[in-house]
Design a protein around this ligand. Structure first.
Ligand code: HEC
Ligand code: HEC
Length: 303
């Protein structure tokens, strides 16, 4: 703060507090002329309301004096009086640094076991999972939801259902977090005639046990074998090596209604899971992985 602004703030404080103090001392002493009936003679509402003269109650005077004293004490101890740093030398950044150090000290014993313990074991460590949960809410909830149930609009998978694009053991989860993932479902609008797209969608619905046109599904089966089986497998059960989802269950990244499926096959999909290496520390990523493992393996978490 420049000397000018510091002086300006000090002048404002002194003027305002001084004026208030003056009114406070002068008010009770000032001589106000009164009528014989004890009122000031001011009337409103055609004489129905008349202004009396009542002195300030004692409790009010004591309270105000106390507020004055605390105001000055605050300005003496803390920053506020112009550029004055206050007698205590308090800063918000200093307080934050102190809290962060206290928190790091609390976490230190937990962190010592994080690097050397497998994710599957960490998942039953309550303290680790609790810290992991906080970091999940901060970093992952925007896409996967606060409880990890996913978001079909961007194809962020439900992380609690035990169904995995890339695998659900500790290592696969950690790799997803560290390196990120990129789904690559190609667009078929310009590859297949529209009729074949409709046929293959009917076949996908039959795989998932949904109502479908069985004739079209028959034809779609051949389309599937030639165009889709490379990634989704001959049986449609998916392939975790490339993150091709299982199409035979009832779990959908982008929705299993006809319109959703047609959109997926025509336009393709490419869900992006960002990489966290470099943005989060190794320990942080392991603790988040432990939390994800815990919410997707309730039995392991209870051990
Ligand atoms: C920008 C949105 C976004 C954020 C933020 C995000 N994810 Fe993801 N995540 C995705 C998407 C989309 C996918 C699916 C990728 C694909 O389709 O290949 C995914 C996939 C995953 C997978 C793989 C799931 C499987 O079935 O194999 C895991 C595990 C995961 N995310 C965990 C996390 C964690 C933990 C965080 C926080 C550190 C996080 N994600 C943050 C969007 C996000
Ligand atoms: C190159 C490999 C590849 C080929 C070929 C491919 N897919 Fe996919 N498919 C994927 C991947 C990877 C995803 C996941 C996309 C994502 O994570 O965003 C996917 C997603 C899907 C989905 C969305 C599933 C859901 O849960 O919402 C459907 C449906 C689908 N594919 C059907 C097909 C059909 C039908 C064909 C053939 C016409 C086909 N795929 C060909 C790789 C492929």
């Amino acid at each position: 703060m420049t000397t000018f602004w510091s002086g300006w703030v000090i002048a404002l404080i002194v003027f305002n507090l001084g004026l208030t103090l003056f009114l406070f001392l002068w008010g009770p002493r000032v001589d106000i002329p009164t009528q014989p009936d004890g009122t000031t003679g001011h009337v409103w509402a055609h004489g129905v309301l008349r202004e009396g003269l009542n002195r300030l109650p004692m409790w009010w005077i004591v309270m105000s004096a106390a507020l004055f004293v605390s105001g000055f004490t605050y300005l003496a101890l803390y920053p506020g009086f112009g550029a004055s740093k206050g007698a205590l030398g308090w800063t918000s950044a200093g307080e934050h640094a102190q809290d962060a150090a206290a928190n790091a000290a609390l976490e230190a014993p937990v962190r010592t076991r994080v690097a050397s313990t497998p994710i599957e074991t960490l998942a039953s460590d309550r303290e680790v999972v609790r810290i992991g949960q906080r970091m999940f809410i901060d970093n992952c909830a925007s896409c996967h939801g606060r409880e990890g149930h996913g978001n079909p609009v961007i194809g962020a998978p439900d992380l609690t259902d035990g169904d995995w694009l890339y695998g659900g053991d500790g290592k696969a989860i950690l790799t997803s977090i560290q390196d990120g993932r990129q789904g690559g479902m190609p667009a078929f609008a310009s590859v297949l005639p529209e009729a074949s797209i409709t046929d293959v969608v009917q076949y996908v619905r039959s795989l998932a046990g949904k109502p479908h046109d069985s004739l079209r599904a028959q034809v779609g089966r051949t389309v599937f074998k030639t165009n889709c089986a490379v990634c989704h497998g001959a049986d449609g059960k998916g392939n975790t090596a490339m993150g091709a989802p299982n199409l035979t269950d009832t779990i959908w990244l982008y929705g299993g209604e006809q319109a959703d499926l047609l959109r997926t096959v025509r336009g393709g999909r490419g869900g992006v899971m960002p990489a966290w290496r470099g943005r989060l520390s190794d320990d942080d990523m392991r603790m988040i992985a432990a939390y994800v493992y815990a919410i997707s393996h309730p039995d392991a978490a209870r051990r």
